[in-house]
Design a protein around this ligand. Structure first.
Ligand code: MTE
Ligand code: MO
Length: 398
């Protein structure tokens, strides 16, 4: 029977592809042995590369005609596995000494799914991206592999979210003016790795971000969130590292002191040879670009060969994109397609004139409105975060 066969295959696939490292984790090993999938939505191989607990979108499956990424096409990044949460019993607990009337966890203000959905709703389109997007290129392009999911460039999407501004919620509850940080904690199982239980996935963020554009999200692309993307409710920190957007949001702790979790001290900050030991937790995403092409795509020769793709930045819009079809020797501007009404990623097109038959390396290099330009080399960091260098994309003209 199909519904039984699929989880089994996925469970085995996941176990095989992640290897011994993850199987040392009891929760994951049990799940794999039980044949349960980590990710619940279908991951057709023409749309996704399946890494077990993670799955990346294939850029060659992206239609140049569609600006937005639907949830069914969006990458998934789970530390453990997607939980199934009942919206009718779901609660978001808000507490901390940073509220104008301080509350301990036991005294938390508890909001139901229905309470949240009654709040004033807003829609916002953002680029949603994993901090480790592009990680594989530290190895394949720069010769220094970084451990972690070997994403190419598909751990990203442009999503139209629906929810309520966190500032609306916090203002209604009342914040202490001395509050500086908020800890967001997920309801998924504890993250256990290398024999250490790090507790539930959680990461603090600044009050400034909370009061600026952070959202409590219950929908995307006009539908309820899918379980894999945080159903019933997730946090969204626009433009910031994906880890900040805690899925299956269980609690928010507002504090008058800086808070820490392994997700802002041990992971998701820069460590390694060229970084100081006290480098700050990562926040705003860098600038990146991708062609809407398979790796090593075979392109049929014609007089003018259009190349399409997208560029994006955590800091704002894309100001310009330069394309090279000769491995970086010469560059020409791509045509940017603004005016889609959205402010997330920028679609572009380049007309490759008279391409010769044979192997080529095509490259796209973006600059954002903040003046940040993609470098040609990204300095190595242990976590393999923020690979923002221009990717050397091989193609063959046939
Ligand atoms: N509770 C919880 N929130 C989480 C995660 C997680 O494993 N558990 N993964 C984070 C990471 S690293 C990323 S990149 C995004 C991925 O969101 P998506 O799976 O909806 O694309 O969720 C973030 N929020
Ligand atoms: Mo991530």
């Amino acid at each position: 029977m199909n519904s039984l066969a699929r989880p089994t295959r996925r469970g085995l696939l996941a176990a095989a592809s992640v290897g011994a490292g993850l199987l040392a984790v009891p929760g994951l090993a049990q799940r794999a042995l039980a044949g349960a999938p980590f990710i619940l939505k279908p991951l057709p191989p023409q749309w996704f590369v399946d890494f077990g607990t993670n799955a990346e979108m294939r850029w060659d499956s992206v239609s140049p005609r569609l600006y937005l990424t639907s949830q069914e096409r969006l990458f998934v990044r789970d530390h453990v596995a997607t939980p199934t949460i009942d919206a009718s019993t779901y609660r978001l607990n808000i507490f901390g000494d940073g509220l104008s009337r301080p509350r301990t966890a036991d005294q938390a203000l508890s909001l139901s799914y229905a309470d949240l959905r009654r709040l004033p709703r807003t829609r916002l389109t953002t680029v949603h991206e994993c901090t480790g997007n592009g990680r594989s290129f530290f190895g394949t392009q720069q010769g220094t592999p970084a451990a972690g999911t070997q994403w190419t460039l598909g751990a990203v999407g442009a999503v139209e979210w629906e929810g309520v501004r966190l500032s609306t919620v916090l203002r209604r509850i009342g914040l202490d003016p001395r509050a500086v940080s908020i800890m967001a904690t997920g309801l998924d199982a504890n993250y256990v790795t290398g024999g250490v239980d790090y507790g539930p996935v959680r990461r603090p963020f600044s009050i400034a971000k909370a009061l600026d554009d952070a959202l409590l999200v219950w929908g995307a692309d006009g539908h309820d969130l899918l379980p894999d993307h945080g159903y019933p409710v997730r946090l969204l920190l626009p433009g910031w590292v994906g880890i900040g957007s805690i899925k299956w949001l269980g609690s928010l702790e507002a504090a008058t002191t800086e808070q820490t979790s392994p997700w802002n001290t041990k992971w998701y900050r820069m460590t390694g040879p060229t970084y100081p030991p006290d480098s700050p937790p990562l926040t705003v995403n860098p600038v990146r670009s991708a062609f809407e092409l398979a790796w090593g795509a075979a392109l049929v020769q014609r007089r003018i060969l259009p190349l399409t793709g997208r560029s994006w930045s955590g800091a704002g819009r894309i100001a310009r994109v330069d394309i090279s079809v000769d491995g970086g020797t010469t560059w020409e501007r791509a045509d940017l397609r603004h005016g889609s009404g959205h402010e997330a990623w920028t679609q572009w097109e380049y007309e490759w004139r008279r391409p010769e038959r044979g192997d080529h390396v095509v490259m796209a290099r973006a600059t954002d409105v903040a003046g940040r330009q993609q470098p040609l080399v990204t300095p190595f960091n242990d976590g393999g975060y923020f690979f923002d260098a221009v990717v050397r994309h091989p193609v063959t003209v046939v």
